[in-house]
Write a new protein. Structure first.
Length: 162
């Protein structure tokens, strides 16, 4: 299953839906993670907050391919995309294991394919390197076999990047 998380305006909804099985619109309408860890322990992979991100752990956890479309924010995800990713901590468990020679949380859903980040907007060379590293580290942490970062100055090349 291919999942796309994006912070784009609603006019891009149709285009996004054509290229994936599930869409998570990071539109800024969701509450931030409360840090209660209930999605880890009390009710695994389910957030206690009753909004559109309640099942986000399960959706991301079942993705073979995750594509994140985000505006560049100083070499990091936009606040709305970061909020969605924060709410998906339940894709792993509180237990630890070695992955890539380092300690990481045990995956609740197993291995995945591609973690891809499509970054749009003004971006410096240093920010590009930061994003490449961020994508690589997020992929390793969440059990994705490979990562990719694509950079767009504007959204004209978006469809080809999905």
């Amino acid at each position: 299953m291919k999942v796309i998380i994006h912070d784009l305006e609603s006019r891009y909804d149709g285009l996004i839906r054509e290229h994936c099985d599930r869409v998570i619109a990071a539109d800024g309408r969701y509450a931030p993670c409360q840090g209660c860890f209930g999605c880890w322990t009390s009710h695994p992979a389910e957030c206690f907050m009753k909004d559109g991100l309640r099942q986000v752990c399960r959706v991301i956890g079942q993705a073979d391919e995750l594509v994140i479309v985000t505006k560049n924010l100083y070499g990091g995800y936009s606040a709305a995309v970061k909020n969605v990713l924060d709410r998906s901590i339940g894709t792993s468990t509180p237990l630890s294991t070695y992955r890539g020679g380092q300690m990481h949380h045990t995956l609740r859903y197993g291995k995945h394919g591609l973690w891809k980040v499509v970054v749009y907007g003004d971006i410096t060379g240093e920010e590009r390197e930061t994003f490449r590293l961020l994508a690589q580290r997020n992929a390793l942490n969440d059990g994705f076999e490979r990562s990719e970062a694509v950079f767009l100055e504007n959204l004209e090349g978006l469809e080809a990047s999905l």
